[in-house]
Design a protein around this ligand. Sequence first.
Ligand code: NDP
Ligand code: PYC
Length: 340
Amino acid sequence: MTASLDALSVPALLARVEAIFRKGGLNAVQAGALSRVIVAGERDACKSHGIYRIEGALRTVKAGKVQADAVPELMPDDGSTILRVNAKGGFANPAFELGLPHLAERARRLGIAALVINDCTHFSALWPEVEAVAAHGLAALALCPSYATVAPTGGKEPLLGTNPLAFGWPRRDAEPYVFDFATSVAARGEIELKRRAGETLPEGWALDAAGQPTRDPEAALAGAMLTFGGHKGSAISTMIELLAGIMIGDLTSLESLRQLGSTNLSPSHGELILAFSPERFAAGREGDPFARAETLFEAIVGQGARLPSQRRFAARAVSERDGITLSSSERAQLDRLEAE
Ligand code: NDP
Ligand code: PYC
């Protein structure tokens, strides 16, 4: 079905965003992968990682902090569980696209495999990646640091990143089970969108620069964000620094911020994606893991709860049917970026 007059079809928005990135100096590999992830965010009503991110990515290119012409490289390895893609200072997304088929092949063959991405600039949501792994019939975990904007529980200074964690489980006759969240109470992008909209923050999201609780987005962005679930989120966020920063030989959020010198640009660090074959892990045990998972999902939904990503999948269906409706300021932003 065609999009209504004030909505853009998904392919039309994709073409416009890709053209903006090409004009901004990105090569085809970088521009293609970036526009796919940004438009997927807009399509699925994930505004904190949708088209508002275009300007930050372009600012990072202009500041010379990301290689706009990078071509990621799959590094030679011994065929065992760990694969490595060097993003060559480009964005994470083309590096993931390059590594995905190799990760899937390894996980199917070995039962488990890890894709390490090094030397990438990263600003995007992780759900597109765990969904892509789940499309190969594999469960997935994706995690990465960010830049230091979050205080550990009990502290007041930015040290951890908003460090996202995403999980995907493949389902035979339904969209995968996917969750994806920042380990801060909310993504930094949410705070930025609230600042732009002139809204106040809910309590418990952030401290100001003096270490006092604040509901003012501006003060929160200048201060420290808080972790979700108090000490639990703080520990999970620290684990992400360890596994997807230090363990893979890449930057922590603090090192990333020090190198970048600003939270106004997209941070550079690494990412870790793990893929698991449920069949291989459950081999020799009673029951089909996919059927057993369905029983669990039915029990969750049976209580009136919703599965994570259901809102997103519903938004996707609407966008694919009716197109993506942008606000007047978002349309103006696209027009301006095209004219620049
Ligand atoms: P949200 O709090 O908006 O959502 C977190 C997850 O919880 C989603 O999967 C969401 O599904 C699900 N969910 C929300 N409400 C419910 C509910 N009532 N019942 C069941 N599930 C629910 O995410 P965040 O603001 O924490 O993060 C947003 C994005 O920011 C993520 O995609 C993350 O990857 C990205 N990010 C990226 C960073 C980076 O460095 N690259 C850093 C930090 C965040 P649904 O979408 O369907 O509502
Ligand atoms: O929204 O917290 C965030 C974020 C940081 C880097 C990319 N997204």
